[in-house]
Ligand binder design. Structure first.
Ligand SMILES: [Zn+2]
Length: 82
């Protein structure tokens, strides 16, 4: 999944990028209240924040991902316009 020009990502010393960390999470959309499965990427680091659109209603979220040492992920969704 890594692109050749992703050197910044590869520089991060993060031990969970070996396939044992969670790669998907179930979240509730704050706009439409649907349950949505999203893909998360452990190679992005232990703490990540990015914008993603809801797959159901297409409203933008701010997604916050935190990986714990055991590879489990804590994911929270907030509306982008908040
Ligand atoms: Zn939605």
């Amino acid at each position: 999944m890594r692109l050749p020009d992703d050197e910044d990502m590869l520089d991060i010393d993060f031990p969970l990028g070996d396939g044992s960390a969670e790669t998907e999470a179930t979240v509730y959309c704050p706009y439409c209240n649907e349950t949505v499965e999203i893909a998360i990427d452990p190679s992005g680091g232990s703490a990540q924040e990015y914008v993603e659109d809801c797959q159901v209603c297409c409203q933008p979220w701010t997604v916050s991902v935190e990986y714990r040492q055991d590879g489990s992920a804590s994911v929270s969704i907030t509306p982008l316009d908040e």
